[in-house]
Design a protein around this ligand. Structure first.
Ligand SMILES: NC(=O)c1ccc[n+]([C@@H]2O[C@H](COP(=O)([O-])OP(=O)(O)OC[C@H]3O[C@@H](n4cnc5c(N)ncnc54)[C@H](OP(=O)(O)O)[C@@H]3O)[C@@H](O)[C@H]2O)c1
Length: 246
């Protein structure tokens, strides 16, 4: 009997960590659905990327139900095996400066919290029947900035990621009885376009491994958390940062 094809929904696949994760899951035979604001990204090409993409803005919470309906219509057996909440924004001030409390207005707070935090809860809520049916796995992408002050990440970003870590624990507690696991991965300095000038110096001073992480190294951990190899891991936050937090 052939094994059932597994489906993953990943938000923010256009580049960086999301793109690397899609590519890895594909090589393991998964079917992928992706979401981001762009209709389709030339930077993230893979077979069937265009047809697998759903355009939506996660900052607009009123779109989440319609997004979930679209996802549902593309799942042949009503089962979603993995939901990876990867989309994230980290707004900067003039000349890429750090946005502290004094530089962050209400509009920035709402935007960052909606994309990085609230949309993930609403998406999991809307897709719970499909996740339950698959005994699926949720992976939330947090950040090292959620647990310590970071020189480049702004205050709204840091607070959103700390809250996402708390939301992951809440999900693990609430969904465990359905066989749905929820975990987080907290990347440090990963080689993507989100990085700020000065990262090289920070890596040299603070990362024991003295190098940036690669998106593929993050993708491997996400894959682990979505497969049987991690079947009793629930509510964890795995740090992927070369030892930057020690
Ligand atoms: N790179 C790092 O070093 C690092 C470190 C710690 C944590 N992280 C976290 O890892 C995740 C991925 O980071 P990355 O560096 O790969 O980021 P990235 O290259 O900036 O990609 C962000 C993704 O999110 C999507 N996105 C942004 N706003 C969106 C919205 N309103 N609605 C839907 N999609 C949206 C973007 O696509 P569109 O532009 O098409 O919408 C893009 O695909 C983020 O959650 C980030 O906070 C990264």
């Amino acid at each position: 009997m052939s094994e059932e094809t597994r489906f993953m929904l990943l938000t923010g696949a256009s580049r960086g960590i999301g793109h690397a994760t899609v590519k890895l899951f594909q090589t393991h035979g998964w079917r992928i659905l992706t979401v981001s604001r762009q209709p389709f990204s030339e930077e993230c090409r893979w077979p069937s990327a265009r047809e697998s993409h759903i355009q939506a803005d996660l900052a607009d919470l009123s779109q989440i139900e319609a997004l979930a309906d679209e996802v549902r219509s593309r799942l042949p057996n009503g089962r979603l095996h993995a939901l990876v909440n990867n989309a994230g924004i980290s707004p900067k001030g003039p000349e890429k400066s750090r946005l502290g409390v004094l530089g962050t207005d209400a509009a920035i707070w709402s935007h960052v919290l909606n994309v990085n935090l609230v949309s993930t809860a609403l998406l999991a809520r809307a897709l719970m029947p499909e996740l339950k049916a698959a005994r699926g796995s949720i992976v939330n992408v947090t950040s090292i900035a959620g647990s310590r002050v970071h020189p480049f990440a702004g205050v709204a970003y840091a607070a959103s990621k700390a809250a996402l870590a708390a939301l992951t624990r809440e999900m693990a507690h609430e969904f465990g009885r359905f066989g749905v696991r929820a975990n987080a991965i907290a990347p440090g300095e990963i080689e993507t376009s989100i990085l700020s000038p000065g990262t090289d110096e920070l890596v040299a001073a603070e990362v024991p491994m003295e190098r940036l992480g690669e998106p593929r190294e993050v993708a491997e951990t996400i894959y682990f958390l979505c497969t049987e190899q991690s079947s009793y891991i629930n509510g964890a936050e795995i740090h992927i940062n070369g030892g930057q937090h020690v």
